[in-house]
Design a protein around this ligand. Structure first.
Ligand SMILES: [Fe+2]
Length: 348
């Protein structure tokens, strides 16, 4: 039996590390937990060596904190076992590059900013290999995502509309625009492979309107396509009413059961730039094997989320990411997406 799958995954990681500008003077830590994909750990280890870097693997005990499950959700705190393991934390801070192959990553974990502040760059990956391969980035992706960030930074207001009835406005003053581009080649920067999206964190006080989810929009971390329309009314960044079918009662139940008033506030919002993303791929995988980056960063989507807001010191774990397919997003009246398709500079 040939280990061809392993060889192909090795090539993918080698190519990805090239994008990350990994070089022979750098120290790499491949971070795993006991449930991580062993082929990814081997591939990352081998790819780091191919680039001449000094490499070590670290495997931490698995397990996620309550109250939410934490397996490729995009919401969790990541491994709690890192929080109490100072030697490993110090190792990650001393490394130039961390390949994070844990099940959840540290997207919303306070510990991540401590590692990044030390200058370490972190790349997180957890999608199946064919999704990584299909959405492999190019250096242009970073430039284009940064250009989209500048468009948000230069604008005062984001307006989102749709034929289904969405009409939402967000004041962009101090909205901290950012991006993901699928690789990281700058010290102290985190990114997610695969990804290409732009987002910002408007102040809740200035987000208001109506958000209408249509059938086949997606709700994360449930990883489910909407079946019947949901209408959410948002006032001063807080969801004050939810109407619709099954998903409406699901969302209402989620917010009510959280017993966390912060869960109902808006969080980050932006739009997807990944043209190779496949909106429907999630229908072909079991829920635990994907995080759903295809839907989260699909070109032309409008992604809005709820719960945490680091710039308002709000750290609730009750975080929903909701990409919508049929919205038109404009910045100070200039469209960046029209009916779910990229417009303007991003369209070409
Ligand atoms: Fe999110």
């Amino acid at each position: 039996m040939f280990e061809l799958a392993g060889a192909e995954v090795g090539e993918l990681f080698a190519k990805e590390f090239e994008l990350c500008a990994l070089n022979s003077k750098e120290n790499v830590v491949v971070l795993a937990e006991s449930a991580s994909r062993p082929d990814y750990v081997a591939a990352a280890f081998g790819a780091a060596q191919r680039h001449g870097a000094a490499v070590a693997t670290v495997t931490l005990p698995a397990g996620s904190p309550v109250p939410l499950p934490s397996v490729r959700t995009g919401t969790g705190y990541g491994l709690v076992s890192l929080d109490s393991n100072r030697p490993v934390l110090d190792l990650l801070k001393a490394a130039d590059f961390v390949m994070d192959l844990t099940m959840e990553g540290f997207i919303h974990a306070p510990v991540m900013s401590e590692i990044l502040s030390a200058g370490t760059r972190i790349l997180y990956a957890c999608e199946p290999p064919e999704i990584l391969a299909r959405n492999m980035s190019t250096p242009d992706d970073k430039r284009e995502a940064q250009a989209a960030v500048r468009r948000i930074a230069d604008a005062s207001t984001m307006t989102v509309t749709s034929a289904a009835g969405t009409h939402l406005t967000a004041d962009l003053t101090d909205s901290h625009p950012g991006y993901q581009c699928g690789f990281t080649d700058d010290p102290g920067r985190w990114d997610h492979w695969p990804s290409k999206m732009v987002l910002c964190w408007p102040d809740n006080e200035h987000v208001s309107g109506k958000l209408v989810l249509e059938p086949n929009d997606i709700i994360f971390p449930f990883k489910s396509y909407v079946e019947s329309a949901v209408e959410l009314t948002i006032e001063a960044g807080r969801i004050v009413s939810i109407h619709g079918g099954r998903e409406a009662s699901m969302l209402e139940g989620f917010f009510a059961d959280s017993a966390d008033p912060d869960a109902r506030f808006t969080s980050h919002m932006g739009w997807g730039l990944q043209k190779s993303a496949d909106w429907w791929s999630m229908a072909m995988y079991d829920k635990e094997s994907v995080m759903g980056m295809d839907g989260r960063c699909a070109a032309g989507n409008f992604l809005i989320s709820t719960g945490p807001h680091p710039f308002k010191d709000r750290h609730t774990p009750y975080h929903l990411d909701i990409p919508l397919r049929g919205c038109s997003v404009s910045l100070d009246g200039v469209p960046v997406t029209v009916d779910g398709k990229l417009a303007g500079a991003d369209a070409s």
